[in-house]
Design a protein. Structure first.
Lengths: 300, 377
């Protein structure tokens, strides 16, 4: 039972990170119909920004929790700015172009961002400080769960809740749903489509950056290439759960995380990726638009 | 006017071109080209940069003493990022740039991709670090040599250490599914299973490099009841595994290979690196040539050299010495010289056996103590 619990927590942690990144993929797809392949690199940039901010802040002698919060805020703000910039440079000029053009632009942007960080920072693996302070009453359970895992899960839950409230309850959220449903009609109804698309990118990037800071703290090291595999897995999670659906992205993330964790724990970790993608294929055969996705026929 | 003038001009042009070709051909004969192929950038650059520096400094010394066969040695440094696809391109480039001999490649996977190209072009390649045993033992690459013992010797040292010194009975073996790591892990498994009951393999798993987190396999480690872990692979994954294990309060001895016996591992894993074991080339710090080579690095680059520096220095010396002894850059003659002539290097007096492995080079066990790798006697 212990072992099962350990794998469950491990899958939940991994799934939370996938969910945070997948939310960005799914929101951009819902609003623009575009897979933002550069999103994984935003996650990586968030991790690096968090590291730089945390290092600078740790010299000011603030308590660790304050350092974590401020570093996260810095990472989120900077990544949101990057997201906006990427949208402006790589996707807006191609707004009316055939679907393939922005896709290729996205891939190019991904390569550009990776190499930019490689040159601007370093090709080495960099040590990331454990920003989350130890929780004393959690110590006996250290084998199963640690403070960082708890924080990751809480933050993902909060992000999910916050995003759902934002999309359901605010005017901007309603405008986002309108643009996702029918962009031209939303434009005719007076929605500033450019601004809404910008907000979508900013929010998605902010969540990915949060994931980056958390995973850096959890694993202890980051590198310019971490965005690649994480991006692919998160994209898989988004598609699994139904691309375009926000609860779908989160569900997809958790399902992917648990599948990988249990496959690694009970079968073989050499095949954990194979199991994850096998699951994706199986689900897409049965439900082509993903678990919670609406088929294109249902979109206005 | 038209025709005769044109014909004259054409003849003059042709003569000019021919003489230019002749001068460049003789200019080519005045230099010996040593190709250096390895990662100069990317996440494994810390394995390739010291080798390139060793070649640079060794060649500088040799050129200052008059070069080889009266000719200066020129370096052709190429970056293969330790990736097999890129290594094949690098090899093609070095061959077309007329490299006489090559120091490289650094990573076993990259070397495997490149050696066929060098073999077909008749170019000898010597690696200071590629330890996959197949490279010399399969017989497919008679043009390949190395100044480091192959992985089966390394796996032997690790397994003997785990079973005899640490007295571990249940060994968990992990690897990163790539040529170097998996090769080592397979040898380690074979040695443990044929140890006459002194130990058994309770877990044999591959992990994906670059994955988001490894907690599942770490939990599996605990579940398997192992009392020691042997990991085959490079330092990024090793440090993720070790820090994950220690955070989950798994205090098993972690034994790894020369890919992890690197200061970058200690830098990245920080406090979690304490107590980690790694096998690496034998300590040569009392060898006078080694002391000189390290001093040269400090003078030129400030700071101590990184992994495989002395091996690369030894390889450079061995290659150039063989050319000198053979009296030509023809690969058959150079090969004969490599097999028969001894050469004094920072690793000791070495020469190469029929398969291309260096005689007189071995592995030892190291442990991280107070943030530094110390040899375990």
């Amino acid at each position: 039972m212990d072992y099962f619990l350990e794998l469950f927590v491990s899958g939940l942690t991994r799934g939370s990170i996938y969910a945070l990144i997948a939310l960005g993929y799914t929101m951009v797809y819902g609003v623009l119909g575009l897979i933002n392949f550069a999103h994984g690199e935003i996650y990586m940039i968030g991790a690096f920004t968090g590291l730089i901010a945390a290092t600078l802040l740790s010299w000011t002698g603030l308590p660790p929790l304050a350092v974590l919060l401020l570093a996260a805020v810095a990472a989120v703000a900077w990544a949101a700015a990057w997201g906006l910039a990427v949208e402006r440079v790589a996707y807006r000029p191609l707004r009316g172009a055939p679907r393939l053009a922005p896709l290729i632009s996205a891939i190019g942007m991904s390569i550009l961002l990776q190499n930019f960080v490689l040159i601007a920072q370093t090709s080495d693996f960099v040590s990331f400080p454990a920003l989350v302070p130890e929780i004393p009453w959690l110590a006996p359970y250290a084998a199963v769960i640690g403070a960082t895992e708890v924080v990751i899960m809480l933050i993902t839950a909060a992000a999910m809740l916050g995003l759902t409230l934002f999309v359901r309850g605010t005017r901007t959220g309603r405008a986002m749903r309108a643009v996702a449903q029918d962009r031209t009609m939303a434009l005719l109804c007076g929605v500033d489509v450019d601004r809404i698309i910008g907000v979508t990118f900013a929010v998605g990037s902010a969540l990915a950056a949060l994931g980056g800071v958390l995973i850096g703290s959890h694993v202890g090291q980051i590198n310019f290439a971490i965005g690649f595999l994480a991006g692919i897995k998160a994209f898989t999670a988004a598609v699994l759960g139904g691309i375009g659906s926000i609860p779908g992205a989160v569900l997809g993330g958790f399902i992917l995380g648990w599948t990988e964790s249990f496959a690694a724990g009970y079968i073989s970790s050499a095949y954990e990726d194979a199991f994850a993608f096998f699951l994706l294929i199986a689900i897409l055969i049965v439900r082509p638009s993903g678990i919670l996705g609406q088929s294109d026929a249902g979109r206005a | 006017m038209g025709s005769p003038l044109l014909r004259c001009l054409a003849a003059a042009l042709a003569a000019g071109c021919l003489s230019a070709v002749c001068t460049s051909a003789s200019a080519a004969g005045d230099v010996i080209r040593l190709g250096v192929a390895g990662p100069q950038s990317g996440d494994l650059a810390s394995y390739g940069i010291p080798a390139a520096r060793a070649a640079e400094l060794a060649v500088r010394e040799i050129n200052a003493q008059g070069g080889v066969l009266g000719r200066q040695v020129k370096l052709l440094v190429e970056d293969d990022v330790c990736k097999p696809e890129i290594a094949a391109n690098t090899a093609g480039k070095l061959v077309s740039d007329k490299a006489d001999v090559v120091l490289g490649h650094i990573c076993s996977g990259a070397a495997k991709a490149a050696l066929g190209i060098y073999r077909d072009a008749g170019v000898i390649a010597m690696s200071p670090s590629a330890t996959n045993p197949e490279l010399t033992q399969s017989g497919q690459y008679p043009n390949f040599y190395r100044t480091i013992a192959p992985d089966d010797a390394q796996a032997r040292v690790e397994v003997d250490f785990a079973l005899d010194t640490l007295k571990a009975k249940k060994i968990a073996i992990l690897h990163d599914k790539q040529d170097y790591g998996r090769g080592l892990a397979e040898f380690a498994r074979r040695f443990v299973e044929s140890s006459g009951g002194r130990g058994q393999v309770v877990l044999f798993e591959g992990i994906t490099p670059g994955a988001v987190d490894y907690s599942a396999v770490i939990q599996k480690l605990r579940q398997s009841g192992a009392d020691a872990v042997i990991y085959g692979g490079y330092h990024p994954e090793a440090s993720k595994l070790v820090s994950g294990m220690r955070k989950k309060k798994i205090e098993l001895p972690f034994i790894s290979d020369d890919g992890v016996k690197d200061d970058t591992f200690i830098k990245v894993a920080g406090a979690f690196a304490e107590g980690v074991y790694a096998s690496g080339p034998r300590d040569t710090s009392t060898n006078p040539l080694a002391i000189k080579a390290v001093a040269a690095h400090r003078a030129a680059f400030g700071g101590d050299p990184g992994a495989f520096y002395l091996n690369a220095w030894a390889a450079t010396q061995a290659l150039l010495n063989a050319i000198a002894k053979a009296g030509t850059t023809d690969s058959t003659a150079v090969a004969r010289a490599l097999h028969s002539e001894f050469v004094e290097t920072p690793l000791g007096k070495i020469r190469f056996d029929a398969r291309g492995d260096a005689e007189g080079v071995g592995f030892a066990m190291y442990r991280v103590q107070k943030g530094v790798y110390v040899e375990v006697r």
